[in-house]
Design a protein. Structure first.
Length: 591
Protein backbone atom coordinates (compact mmCIF):
# COMPACT_ATOMS: atom_id res chain seq x y z
CA UNK A 1 0.00 0.00 0.00
CA UNK A 2 1.24 3.54 -0.77
CA UNK A 3 2.01 5.51 2.37
CA UNK A 4 2.18 9.17 3.20
CA UNK A 5 3.04 10.77 6.51
CA UNK A 6 -0.29 11.49 8.18
CA UNK A 7 1.52 13.77 10.62
CA UNK A 8 2.74 15.89 7.70
CA UNK A 9 -0.71 16.10 6.19
CA UNK A 10 -2.67 16.85 9.33
CA UNK A 11 -0.35 19.43 10.87
CA UNK A 12 -1.88 18.77 14.27
CA UNK A 13 -5.40 19.52 13.10
CA UNK A 14 -8.00 18.84 15.84
CA UNK A 15 -10.36 17.62 13.12
CA UNK A 16 -8.22 14.48 13.00
CA UNK A 17 -10.12 13.12 16.00
CA UNK A 18 -13.33 13.50 14.02
CA UNK A 19 -12.14 11.16 11.27
CA UNK A 20 -9.46 9.00 12.81
CA UNK A 21 -10.79 7.59 16.05
CA UNK A 22 -10.23 3.86 16.64
CA UNK A 23 -12.21 1.79 14.19
CA UNK A 24 -14.38 -1.00 15.60
CA UNK A 25 -14.99 -4.25 13.70
CA UNK A 26 -17.32 -3.79 10.75
CA UNK A 27 -20.92 -4.90 11.11
CA UNK A 28 -21.35 -5.26 7.39
CA UNK A 29 -19.88 -7.30 4.63
CA UNK A 30 -16.58 -5.99 3.27
CA UNK A 31 -17.79 -6.84 -0.20
CA UNK A 32 -19.68 -3.58 -0.14
CA UNK A 33 -20.15 -3.04 -3.85
CA UNK A 34 -22.12 -6.28 -4.20
CA UNK A 35 -24.74 -5.33 -1.60
CA UNK A 36 -28.04 -4.79 -3.35
CA UNK A 37 -31.19 -2.98 -2.33
CA UNK A 38 -34.05 -5.32 -1.54
CA UNK A 39 -37.66 -4.76 -0.67
CA UNK A 40 -39.73 -1.78 -1.81
CA UNK A 41 -36.90 0.79 -1.43
CA UNK A 42 -35.66 1.70 -4.92
CA UNK A 43 -32.59 3.91 -4.57
CA UNK A 44 -32.19 4.67 -8.27
CA UNK A 45 -35.74 6.02 -8.41
CA UNK A 46 -35.42 7.89 -5.12
CA UNK A 47 -32.38 9.83 -6.31
CA UNK A 48 -34.50 11.49 -8.97
CA UNK A 49 -36.52 13.12 -6.18
CA UNK A 50 -33.50 14.71 -4.46
CA UNK A 51 -34.02 18.38 -5.31
CA UNK A 52 -32.81 20.07 -2.13
CA UNK A 53 -30.83 19.44 1.05
CA UNK A 54 -33.87 18.27 3.03
CA UNK A 55 -34.59 15.67 0.34
CA UNK A 56 -31.00 14.41 0.62
CA UNK A 57 -31.14 13.99 4.41
CA UNK A 58 -34.58 12.37 4.18
CA UNK A 59 -33.28 9.85 1.65
CA UNK A 60 -30.24 9.15 3.83
CA UNK A 61 -32.50 8.33 6.78
CA UNK A 62 -34.45 5.91 4.59
CA UNK A 63 -31.25 4.29 3.34
CA UNK A 64 -29.78 3.61 6.81
CA UNK A 65 -33.07 1.98 7.89
CA UNK A 66 -33.02 -0.39 4.92
CA UNK A 67 -31.93 -3.99 5.58
CA UNK A 68 -29.60 -4.99 4.11
CA UNK A 69 -27.95 -1.60 3.56
CA UNK A 70 -27.84 -0.11 0.08
CA UNK A 71 -24.50 -0.43 -1.70
CA UNK A 72 -21.58 1.88 -1.09
CA UNK A 73 -22.19 3.13 -4.61
CA UNK A 74 -25.64 4.32 -3.50
CA UNK A 75 -24.20 6.30 -0.59
CA UNK A 76 -21.55 7.82 -2.84
CA UNK A 77 -24.25 8.75 -5.34
CA UNK A 78 -26.13 10.60 -2.60
CA UNK A 79 -23.01 12.50 -1.52
CA UNK A 80 -22.24 13.36 -5.14
CA UNK A 81 -25.76 14.76 -5.59
CA UNK A 82 -25.18 17.00 -2.55
CA UNK A 83 -21.90 18.21 -4.04
CA UNK A 84 -23.73 19.16 -7.24
CA UNK A 85 -26.11 21.21 -5.06
CA UNK A 86 -22.99 22.87 -3.53
CA UNK A 87 -23.84 21.78 0.03
CA UNK A 88 -20.20 20.98 0.80
CA UNK A 89 -20.35 21.32 4.58
CA UNK A 90 -23.40 19.05 4.63
CA UNK A 91 -21.44 16.40 2.70
CA UNK A 92 -18.81 16.44 5.46
CA UNK A 93 -21.54 16.31 8.12
CA UNK A 94 -23.30 13.37 6.45
CA UNK A 95 -20.00 11.54 6.06
CA UNK A 96 -19.50 11.90 9.79
CA UNK A 97 -22.83 10.12 10.30
CA UNK A 98 -21.80 7.39 7.84
CA UNK A 99 -18.57 6.94 9.76
CA UNK A 100 -20.32 6.93 13.13
CA UNK A 101 -22.76 4.25 11.93
CA UNK A 102 -19.77 2.18 10.68
CA UNK A 103 -21.18 2.04 7.20
CA UNK A 104 -18.48 0.77 4.82
CA UNK A 105 -16.79 3.33 2.57
CA UNK A 106 -14.43 3.13 -0.38
CA UNK A 107 -11.98 5.45 -2.09
CA UNK A 108 -14.67 7.12 -4.21
CA UNK A 109 -16.60 8.29 -1.14
CA UNK A 110 -13.40 9.49 0.49
CA UNK A 111 -12.51 11.43 -2.67
CA UNK A 112 -15.94 13.10 -2.61
CA UNK A 113 -15.39 14.16 1.00
CA UNK A 114 -11.88 15.46 0.31
CA UNK A 115 -13.25 17.42 -2.65
CA UNK A 116 -15.99 18.94 -0.47
CA UNK A 117 -13.44 20.02 2.13
CA UNK A 118 -11.35 21.67 -0.57
CA UNK A 119 -14.37 23.41 -2.09
CA UNK A 120 -15.01 24.82 1.40
CA UNK A 121 -11.42 26.14 1.28
CA UNK A 122 -10.54 23.81 4.14
CA UNK A 123 -7.80 21.62 2.74
CA UNK A 124 -6.67 21.04 6.33
CA UNK A 125 -9.86 19.02 6.82
CA UNK A 126 -9.27 17.27 3.51
CA UNK A 127 -5.86 16.08 4.70
CA UNK A 128 -7.55 14.59 7.75
CA UNK A 129 -9.43 12.17 5.53
CA UNK A 130 -6.10 10.57 4.62
CA UNK A 131 -6.10 9.04 8.11
CA UNK A 132 -9.14 6.99 7.10
CA UNK A 133 -7.27 5.66 4.09
CA UNK A 134 -4.49 4.61 6.44
CA UNK A 135 -6.75 3.06 9.12
CA UNK A 136 -8.94 1.13 6.70
CA UNK A 137 -6.22 0.06 4.33
CA UNK A 138 -7.85 1.87 1.42
CA UNK A 139 -5.11 2.77 -1.07
CA UNK A 140 -4.44 6.39 -1.88
CA UNK A 141 -5.00 7.42 -5.48
CA UNK A 142 -4.05 10.26 -7.78
CA UNK A 143 -7.57 11.72 -7.65
CA UNK A 144 -7.37 12.43 -3.92
CA UNK A 145 -3.97 14.07 -4.09
CA UNK A 146 -4.88 16.04 -7.22
CA UNK A 147 -7.92 17.38 -5.38
CA UNK A 148 -5.78 18.41 -2.40
CA UNK A 149 -3.25 20.14 -4.64
CA UNK A 150 -6.04 22.02 -6.41
CA UNK A 151 -7.45 23.01 -3.01
CA UNK A 152 -4.10 24.36 -1.81
CA UNK A 153 -3.76 26.49 -4.94
CA UNK A 154 -7.32 27.78 -4.44
CA UNK A 155 -6.31 28.89 -0.92
CA UNK A 156 -3.23 30.62 -2.38
CA UNK A 157 -0.93 28.15 -0.63
CA UNK A 158 1.33 27.81 -3.64
CA UNK A 159 4.41 26.64 -1.71
CA UNK A 160 2.39 23.96 0.11
CA UNK A 161 0.89 22.72 -3.17
CA UNK A 162 4.30 22.47 -4.83
CA UNK A 163 5.80 20.86 -1.70
CA UNK A 164 3.08 18.19 -1.66
CA UNK A 165 3.55 17.47 -5.36
CA UNK A 166 7.32 17.11 -4.95
CA UNK A 167 6.81 14.86 -1.92
CA UNK A 168 4.52 12.54 -3.88
CA UNK A 169 7.14 12.21 -6.62
CA UNK A 170 10.22 12.09 -4.42
CA UNK A 171 8.87 9.47 -1.98
CA UNK A 172 7.14 7.49 -4.73
CA UNK A 173 3.79 7.79 -2.92
CA UNK A 174 1.92 7.83 -6.21
CA UNK A 175 2.78 8.32 -9.87
CA UNK A 176 1.45 11.70 -11.06
CA UNK A 177 -0.76 11.38 -14.11
CA UNK A 178 -1.58 13.96 -16.78
CA UNK A 179 -4.41 15.40 -14.67
CA UNK A 180 -2.16 15.99 -11.65
CA UNK A 181 0.55 17.59 -13.79
CA UNK A 182 -2.09 19.76 -15.43
CA UNK A 183 -3.48 20.79 -12.03
CA UNK A 184 -0.05 21.87 -10.79
CA UNK A 185 0.72 23.76 -14.02
CA UNK A 186 -2.68 25.43 -14.02
CA UNK A 187 -2.28 26.45 -10.39
CA UNK A 188 1.18 27.88 -11.01
CA UNK A 189 0.02 29.81 -14.08
CA UNK A 190 -2.99 31.34 -12.31
CA UNK A 191 -0.74 32.54 -9.51
CA UNK A 192 1.66 34.18 -11.96
CA UNK A 193 4.38 31.50 -11.98
CA UNK A 194 4.41 30.90 -15.73
CA UNK A 195 8.13 30.12 -15.91
CA UNK A 196 7.80 27.44 -13.21
CA UNK A 197 4.92 25.86 -15.13
CA UNK A 198 7.05 25.86 -18.28
CA UNK A 199 9.94 24.27 -16.35
CA UNK A 200 7.56 21.57 -15.10
CA UNK A 201 6.48 20.92 -18.69
CA UNK A 202 10.11 20.32 -19.62
CA UNK A 203 10.59 18.09 -16.56
CA UNK A 204 7.48 16.13 -17.48
CA UNK A 205 8.99 15.32 -20.87
CA UNK A 206 11.79 13.42 -19.11
CA UNK A 207 9.44 11.18 -17.10
CA UNK A 208 7.10 8.34 -17.96
CA UNK A 209 4.04 10.61 -18.13
CA UNK A 210 4.47 12.76 -21.21
CA UNK A 211 2.86 16.16 -21.83
CA UNK A 212 -0.43 16.02 -23.69
CA UNK A 213 -2.57 18.57 -25.48
CA UNK A 214 -4.06 19.91 -22.25
CA UNK A 215 -0.74 20.48 -20.48
CA UNK A 216 0.69 22.29 -23.50
CA UNK A 217 -2.45 24.40 -23.79
CA UNK A 218 -2.23 25.47 -20.14
CA UNK A 219 1.27 26.87 -20.68
CA UNK A 220 0.35 28.40 -24.05
CA UNK A 221 -2.58 30.18 -22.37
CA UNK A 222 -0.28 31.52 -19.63
CA UNK A 223 2.23 32.77 -22.22
CA UNK A 224 -0.59 34.54 -24.07
CA UNK A 225 -1.89 36.20 -20.91
CA UNK A 226 1.64 37.36 -20.08
CA UNK A 227 2.01 38.86 -23.55
CA UNK A 228 4.66 36.29 -24.55
CA UNK A 229 3.08 35.51 -27.89
CA UNK A 230 6.31 34.31 -29.49
CA UNK A 231 6.72 31.70 -26.74
CA UNK A 232 3.11 30.59 -27.16
CA UNK A 233 3.51 30.24 -30.95
CA UNK A 234 6.75 28.34 -30.47
CA UNK A 235 5.00 25.84 -28.19
CA UNK A 236 2.23 25.37 -30.76
CA UNK A 237 4.82 24.55 -33.41
CA UNK A 238 6.54 22.19 -30.98
CA UNK A 239 3.26 20.35 -30.42
CA UNK A 240 2.84 19.81 -34.15
CA UNK A 241 6.43 18.60 -34.51
CA UNK A 242 5.89 16.06 -31.72
CA UNK A 243 2.55 14.92 -33.20
CA UNK A 244 0.65 16.23 -30.16
CA UNK A 245 -2.55 17.48 -31.79
CA UNK A 246 -3.69 21.00 -30.82
CA UNK A 247 -7.41 21.18 -30.04
CA UNK A 248 -10.05 23.90 -30.21
CA UNK A 249 -8.91 25.33 -26.85
CA UNK A 250 -5.29 25.59 -28.00
CA UNK A 251 -6.23 27.50 -31.14
CA UNK A 252 -8.89 29.63 -29.41
CA UNK A 253 -6.36 30.73 -26.79
CA UNK A 254 -3.89 31.88 -29.44
CA UNK A 255 -6.55 33.49 -31.59
CA UNK A 256 -7.85 35.45 -28.59
CA UNK A 257 -4.34 36.79 -27.88
CA UNK A 258 -3.78 37.69 -31.55
CA UNK A 259 -7.13 39.51 -31.71
CA UNK A 260 -6.21 41.59 -28.68
CA UNK A 261 -3.05 42.68 -30.55
CA UNK A 262 -4.96 43.25 -33.81
CA UNK A 263 -2.78 40.74 -35.69
CA UNK A 264 -5.60 39.89 -38.08
CA UNK A 265 -3.45 38.22 -40.73
CA UNK A 266 -2.13 35.76 -38.15
CA UNK A 267 -5.69 35.20 -36.93
CA UNK A 268 -6.73 34.32 -40.48
CA UNK A 269 -3.77 31.92 -40.80
CA UNK A 270 -4.74 30.07 -37.62
CA UNK A 271 -8.39 29.87 -38.70
CA UNK A 272 -7.39 28.24 -41.99
CA UNK A 273 -5.00 25.90 -40.18
CA UNK A 274 -7.76 24.82 -37.78
CA UNK A 275 -10.20 24.08 -40.57
CA UNK A 276 -7.52 22.14 -42.49
CA UNK A 277 -7.15 19.94 -39.38
CA UNK A 278 -10.95 19.51 -39.16
CA UNK A 279 -11.01 21.59 -35.97
CA UNK A 280 -13.91 23.99 -36.40
CA UNK A 281 -14.19 27.31 -34.52
CA UNK A 282 -16.78 27.35 -31.75
CA UNK A 283 -18.71 30.28 -30.31
CA UNK A 284 -15.81 31.21 -27.98
CA UNK A 285 -13.39 31.37 -30.90
CA UNK A 286 -15.71 33.61 -32.91
CA UNK A 287 -16.39 35.77 -29.83
CA UNK A 288 -12.67 36.51 -29.49
CA UNK A 289 -12.61 37.84 -33.05
CA UNK A 290 -15.83 39.81 -32.60
CA UNK A 291 -14.56 41.32 -29.34
CA UNK A 292 -11.29 42.40 -30.96
CA UNK A 293 -13.09 44.03 -33.89
CA UNK A 294 -15.58 45.84 -31.66
CA UNK A 295 -12.82 47.26 -29.48
CA UNK A 296 -11.21 48.68 -32.62
CA UNK A 297 -14.52 50.27 -33.60
CA UNK A 298 -15.02 47.85 -36.51
CA UNK A 299 -18.51 46.85 -35.42
CA UNK A 300 -19.84 46.30 -38.95
CA UNK A 301 -17.03 43.79 -39.52
CA UNK A 302 -17.96 42.13 -36.22
CA UNK A 303 -21.57 41.83 -37.43
CA UNK A 304 -20.30 40.26 -40.64
CA UNK A 305 -18.39 37.67 -38.59
CA UNK A 306 -21.57 36.94 -36.62
CA UNK A 307 -23.49 36.33 -39.85
CA UNK A 308 -20.69 34.06 -41.07
CA UNK A 309 -20.72 31.97 -37.88
CA UNK A 310 -24.49 31.53 -38.21
CA UNK A 311 -24.01 30.32 -41.79
CA UNK A 312 -21.50 27.77 -40.50
CA UNK A 313 -23.98 26.44 -37.93
CA UNK A 314 -22.47 28.12 -34.87
CA UNK A 315 -25.14 29.93 -32.88
CA UNK A 316 -24.21 33.28 -31.34
CA UNK A 317 -24.79 33.50 -27.59
CA UNK A 318 -25.66 36.40 -25.31
CA UNK A 319 -21.94 37.26 -25.03
CA UNK A 320 -21.71 37.66 -28.82
CA UNK A 321 -24.62 40.09 -28.86
CA UNK A 322 -23.39 41.97 -25.79
CA UNK A 323 -20.07 42.72 -27.49
CA UNK A 324 -21.74 44.06 -30.63
CA UNK A 325 -24.26 46.10 -28.62
CA UNK A 326 -21.37 47.56 -26.62
CA UNK A 327 -19.41 48.25 -29.81
CA UNK A 328 -22.22 50.38 -31.24
CA UNK A 329 -22.81 52.02 -27.86
CA UNK A 330 -19.16 53.08 -27.59
CA UNK A 331 -19.39 54.60 -31.08
CA UNK A 332 -22.43 56.60 -30.01
CA UNK A 333 -24.79 54.63 -32.30
CA UNK A 334 -27.12 53.75 -29.47
CA UNK A 335 -30.18 53.37 -31.73
CA UNK A 336 -28.36 50.67 -33.69
CA UNK A 337 -27.30 49.11 -30.40
CA UNK A 338 -31.00 48.95 -29.43
CA UNK A 339 -31.84 47.27 -32.75
CA UNK A 340 -29.24 44.55 -32.09
CA UNK A 341 -30.58 44.17 -28.54
CA UNK A 342 -34.13 43.66 -29.86
CA UNK A 343 -32.96 41.26 -32.59
CA UNK A 344 -31.32 39.13 -29.87
CA UNK A 345 -34.67 38.85 -28.08
CA UNK A 346 -36.43 38.04 -31.37
CA UNK A 347 -34.02 35.11 -31.78
CA UNK A 348 -35.09 33.80 -28.34
CA UNK A 349 -31.77 34.68 -26.70
CA UNK A 350 -32.59 36.16 -23.32
CA UNK A 351 -30.58 39.28 -22.43
CA UNK A 352 -28.74 39.11 -19.11
CA UNK A 353 -28.14 41.96 -16.69
CA UNK A 354 -24.90 42.76 -18.54
CA UNK A 355 -26.90 43.27 -21.77
CA UNK A 356 -29.14 45.79 -20.05
CA UNK A 357 -26.20 47.54 -18.37
CA UNK A 358 -24.43 47.93 -21.73
CA UNK A 359 -27.55 49.44 -23.30
CA UNK A 360 -28.14 51.75 -20.33
CA UNK A 361 -24.52 52.88 -20.46
CA UNK A 362 -24.87 53.60 -24.19
CA UNK A 363 -27.90 55.83 -23.62
CA UNK A 364 -26.26 57.55 -20.65
CA UNK A 365 -23.11 58.36 -22.67
CA UNK A 366 -25.33 60.08 -25.22
CA UNK A 367 -27.08 61.95 -22.37
CA UNK A 368 -30.34 60.14 -23.20
CA UNK A 369 -31.01 59.48 -19.54
CA UNK A 370 -34.80 59.08 -19.90
CA UNK A 371 -34.28 56.25 -22.39
CA UNK A 372 -31.73 54.74 -19.99
CA UNK A 373 -34.26 54.89 -17.14
CA UNK A 374 -36.84 53.18 -19.38
CA UNK A 375 -34.40 50.30 -20.01
CA UNK A 376 -33.91 50.06 -16.25
CA UNK A 377 -37.67 49.63 -15.81
CA UNK A 378 -37.59 46.86 -18.45
CA UNK A 379 -35.13 44.97 -16.24
CA UNK A 380 -37.70 44.69 -13.46
CA UNK A 381 -40.45 43.79 -15.93
CA UNK A 382 -38.31 40.84 -17.11
CA UNK A 383 -37.98 39.55 -13.56
CA UNK A 384 -34.34 40.60 -13.23
CA UNK A 385 -32.90 42.87 -10.58
CA UNK A 386 -30.82 45.92 -11.52
CA UNK A 387 -27.23 45.51 -10.33
CA UNK A 388 -25.22 48.13 -8.49
CA UNK A 389 -23.45 48.74 -11.83
CA UNK A 390 -26.83 49.65 -13.39
CA UNK A 391 -27.54 52.07 -10.57
CA UNK A 392 -24.11 53.66 -10.75
CA UNK A 393 -24.44 54.36 -14.49
CA UNK A 394 -27.85 55.96 -14.03
CA UNK A 395 -26.69 57.99 -11.04
CA UNK A 396 -23.71 59.30 -13.00
CA UNK A 397 -25.94 60.11 -15.98
CA UNK A 398 -28.36 62.14 -13.87
CA UNK A 399 -25.54 64.18 -12.33
CA UNK A 400 -23.96 64.77 -15.75
CA UNK A 401 -27.20 66.41 -16.90
CA UNK A 402 -27.39 68.51 -13.74
CA UNK A 403 -30.50 66.71 -12.51
CA UNK A 404 -29.24 66.66 -8.93
CA UNK A 405 -32.64 66.32 -7.27
CA UNK A 406 -33.47 63.32 -9.43
CA UNK A 407 -30.04 61.85 -8.62
CA UNK A 408 -30.65 62.28 -4.88
CA UNK A 409 -34.06 60.64 -5.15
CA UNK A 410 -32.65 57.82 -7.24
CA UNK A 411 -29.92 57.20 -4.65
CA UNK A 412 -32.55 57.01 -1.90
CA UNK A 413 -34.56 54.54 -4.03
CA UNK A 414 -31.39 52.45 -4.46
CA UNK A 415 -31.01 52.17 -0.71
CA UNK A 416 -34.71 51.36 -0.22
CA UNK A 417 -34.45 48.58 -2.83
CA UNK A 418 -31.63 46.96 -0.84
CA UNK A 419 -28.72 47.96 -3.05
CA UNK A 420 -25.47 48.34 -1.12
CA UNK A 421 -23.43 51.27 -2.49
CA UNK A 422 -19.91 50.37 -3.55
CA UNK A 423 -16.81 52.54 -3.89
CA UNK A 424 -17.83 53.71 -7.35
CA UNK A 425 -21.28 54.72 -6.05
CA UNK A 426 -19.80 56.93 -3.34
CA UNK A 427 -17.26 58.48 -5.74
CA UNK A 428 -20.05 59.11 -8.26
CA UNK A 429 -22.21 60.76 -5.62
CA UNK A 430 -19.36 62.95 -4.35
CA UNK A 431 -18.20 63.82 -7.89
CA UNK A 432 -21.78 64.62 -8.92
CA UNK A 433 -22.37 66.96 -6.00
CA UNK A 434 -19.06 68.77 -6.52
CA UNK A 435 -19.58 69.02 -10.30
CA UNK A 436 -22.89 70.77 -9.70
CA UNK A 437 -21.54 73.08 -7.00
CA UNK A 438 -23.30 71.29 -4.12
CA UNK A 439 -20.27 71.39 -1.83
CA UNK A 440 -22.27 71.17 1.41
CA UNK A 441 -24.15 68.07 0.23
CA UNK A 442 -20.88 66.45 -0.87
CA UNK A 443 -19.18 67.16 2.45
CA UNK A 444 -22.24 65.94 4.37
CA UNK A 445 -22.07 62.58 2.57
CA UNK A 446 -18.30 62.47 3.03
CA UNK A 447 -18.57 63.03 6.78
CA UNK A 448 -21.11 60.18 7.00
CA UNK A 449 -18.56 57.92 5.33
CA UNK A 450 -15.81 59.18 7.66
CA UNK A 451 -17.88 58.24 10.70
CA UNK A 452 -18.31 54.72 9.32
CA UNK A 453 -14.57 54.50 8.52
CA UNK A 454 -14.89 51.14 6.73
CA UNK A 455 -16.30 52.93 3.66
CA UNK A 456 -13.41 55.39 3.28
CA UNK A 457 -10.18 54.85 1.39
CA UNK A 458 -7.79 56.93 -0.68
CA UNK A 459 -10.17 57.05 -3.67
CA UNK A 460 -12.89 58.66 -1.53
CA UNK A 461 -10.49 61.24 -0.09
CA UNK A 462 -9.10 61.94 -3.56
CA UNK A 463 -12.62 62.63 -4.87
CA UNK A 464 -13.17 65.09 -2.01
CA UNK A 465 -9.80 66.84 -2.47
CA UNK A 466 -10.39 67.14 -6.22
CA UNK A 467 -13.95 68.40 -5.73
CA UNK A 468 -12.91 71.00 -3.16
CA UNK A 469 -10.12 72.26 -5.43
CA UNK A 470 -12.46 72.58 -8.41
CA UNK A 471 -14.90 74.57 -6.27
CA UNK A 472 -12.26 77.03 -5.07
CA UNK A 473 -11.95 75.52 -1.57
CA UNK A 474 -8.17 75.09 -1.71
CA UNK A 475 -7.64 75.55 2.04
CA UNK A 476 -10.14 72.81 2.89
CA UNK A 477 -8.60 70.54 0.23
CA UNK A 478 -5.13 71.13 1.70
CA UNK A 479 -6.41 70.41 5.23
CA UNK A 480 -7.97 67.14 4.01
CA UNK A 481 -4.75 66.23 2.22
CA UNK A 482 -2.62 66.88 5.32
CA UNK A 483 -4.94 64.64 7.36
CA UNK A 484 -4.23 61.55 5.25
CA UNK A 485 -1.10 60.31 7.09
CA UNK A 486 -2.87 60.76 10.45
CA UNK A 487 -5.55 58.24 9.44
CA UNK A 488 -3.13 55.77 7.85
CA UNK A 489 -3.80 56.60 4.19
CA UNK A 490 -1.15 57.33 1.57
CA UNK A 491 -1.86 59.70 -1.33
CA UNK A 492 -1.36 58.20 -4.77
CA UNK A 493 -0.46 59.91 -8.05
CA UNK A 494 -4.13 60.87 -8.62
CA UNK A 495 -4.39 62.48 -5.17
CA UNK A 496 -1.19 64.47 -5.63
CA UNK A 497 -2.24 65.54 -9.13
CA UNK A 498 -5.60 66.76 -7.82
CA UNK A 499 -3.81 68.89 -5.23
CA UNK A 500 -1.32 70.20 -7.82
CA UNK A 501 -4.22 71.05 -10.13
CA UNK A 502 -5.83 73.03 -7.29
CA UNK A 503 -2.68 75.11 -6.81
CA UNK A 504 -2.34 75.70 -10.58
CA UNK A 505 -5.97 76.78 -10.79
CA UNK A 506 -5.25 79.49 -8.22
CA UNK A 507 -2.03 80.50 -10.00
CA UNK A 508 0.13 79.17 -7.13
CA UNK A 509 2.72 77.58 -9.41
CA UNK A 510 5.55 77.53 -6.87
CA UNK A 511 3.31 75.62 -4.45
CA UNK A 512 2.40 73.24 -7.28
CA UNK A 513 6.08 72.54 -7.98
CA UNK A 514 6.72 72.08 -4.24
CA UNK A 515 3.94 69.48 -4.16
CA UNK A 516 5.53 67.74 -7.16
CA UNK A 517 8.85 67.53 -5.31
CA UNK A 518 7.08 66.29 -2.18
CA UNK A 519 5.32 63.52 -4.08
CA UNK A 520 8.57 62.36 -5.69
CA UNK A 521 10.38 62.49 -2.32
CA UNK A 522 7.64 60.20 -0.96
CA UNK A 523 8.31 57.67 -3.72
CA UNK A 524 5.21 58.48 -5.76
CA UNK A 525 6.21 59.08 -9.39
CA UNK A 526 4.42 61.75 -11.39
CA UNK A 527 2.76 60.67 -14.61
CA UNK A 528 2.04 62.40 -17.90
CA UNK A 529 -1.17 63.94 -16.56
CA UNK A 530 0.65 65.48 -13.58
CA UNK A 531 3.17 67.21 -15.83
CA UNK A 532 0.44 68.42 -18.19
CA UNK A 533 -1.50 69.95 -15.28
CA UNK A 534 1.57 72.01 -14.32
CA UNK A 535 2.32 73.00 -17.93
CA UNK A 536 -1.28 74.21 -18.36
CA UNK A 537 -0.86 76.19 -15.15
CA UNK A 538 2.09 78.02 -16.69
CA UNK A 539 0.19 78.60 -19.93
CA UNK A 540 -2.90 80.00 -18.16
CA UNK A 541 -0.61 82.44 -16.36
CA UNK A 542 1.07 83.22 -19.70
CA UNK A 543 4.46 82.23 -18.25
CA UNK A 544 5.94 80.64 -21.35
CA UNK A 545 9.57 81.13 -20.30
CA UNK A 546 8.90 79.50 -16.91
CA UNK A 547 7.17 76.67 -18.75
CA UNK A 548 10.27 76.18 -20.91
CA UNK A 549 12.45 76.03 -17.77
CA UNK A 550 10.07 73.45 -16.27
CA UNK A 551 10.19 71.31 -19.40
CA UNK A 552 13.98 71.39 -19.23
CA UNK A 553 13.77 70.25 -15.59
CA UNK A 554 11.73 67.19 -16.55
CA UNK A 555 13.84 66.39 -19.62
CA UNK A 556 14.16 62.65 -19.97
CA UNK A 557 10.79 62.00 -18.33
CA UNK A 558 8.10 60.23 -20.31
CA UNK A 559 6.06 63.30 -21.24
CA UNK A 560 3.99 64.58 -24.14
CA UNK A 561 1.36 67.30 -24.48
CA UNK A 562 -2.25 66.20 -24.02
CA UNK A 563 -4.95 67.53 -26.33
CA UNK A 564 -6.12 70.09 -23.73
CA UNK A 565 -2.55 71.38 -23.37
CA UNK A 566 -2.10 71.72 -27.14
CA UNK A 567 -5.44 73.55 -27.41
CA UNK A 568 -4.40 76.03 -24.71
CA UNK A 569 -1.00 76.49 -26.37
CA UNK A 570 -2.64 77.26 -29.71
CA UNK A 571 -4.83 79.91 -28.05
CA UNK A 572 -1.76 81.61 -26.61
CA UNK A 573 0.06 81.49 -29.98
CA UNK A 574 -2.99 83.05 -31.61
CA UNK A 575 -2.75 85.96 -29.16
CA UNK A 576 1.04 86.27 -29.44
CA UNK A 577 2.39 84.99 -32.79
CA UNK A 578 5.96 85.71 -31.68
CA UNK A 579 5.84 82.56 -29.56
CA UNK A 580 6.02 80.52 -32.76
CA UNK A 581 9.78 81.17 -32.77
CA UNK A 582 9.98 78.89 -29.75
CA UNK A 583 8.13 76.05 -31.44
CA UNK A 584 11.36 74.12 -32.05
CA UNK A 585 11.35 73.01 -28.37
CA UNK A 586 7.58 72.88 -27.95
CA UNK A 587 7.25 70.39 -30.83
CA UNK A 588 9.40 67.89 -28.94
CA UNK A 589 6.58 67.34 -26.47
CA UNK A 590 3.65 67.03 -28.90
CA UNK A 591 2.70 63.35 -29.18
Amino acid sequence: MMRISVRYCLNGNPFFSFFAYSIAPRHYSTNTCSISVKGNFGVSNEFQNVKCLDDAFSLFRQMVRTKPLPSVASFSKLLKAMVHMKHYSSVVSLFREIHKLRIPVHEFILSIVVNSCCLMHRTDLGFSVLAIHFKKGIPYNEVTFTTLIRGLFAENKVKDAVHLFKKLVRENICEPNEVMYGTVMNGLCKKGHTQKAFDLLRLMEQGSTKPNTRTYTIVIDAFCKDGMLDGATSLLNEMKQKSIPPDIFTYSTLIDALCKLSQWENVRTLFLEMIHLNIYPNVCTFNSVIDGLCKEGKVEDAEEIMRYMIEKGVDPDVITYNMIIDGYGLRGQVDRAREIFDSMINKSIEPDIISYNILINGYARQKKIDEAMQVCREISQKGLKPSIVTCNVLLHGLFELGRTKSAQNFFDEMLSAGHIPDLYTHCTLLGGYFKNGLVEEAMSHFHKLERRREDTNIQIYTAVIDGLCKNGKLDKAHATFEKLPLIGLHPDVITYTAMISGYCQEGLLDEAKDMLRKMEDNGCLADNRTYNVIVRGFLRSNKVSEMKAFLEEIAGKSFSFEAATVELLMDIIAEDPSITRKMHWIKLHIA
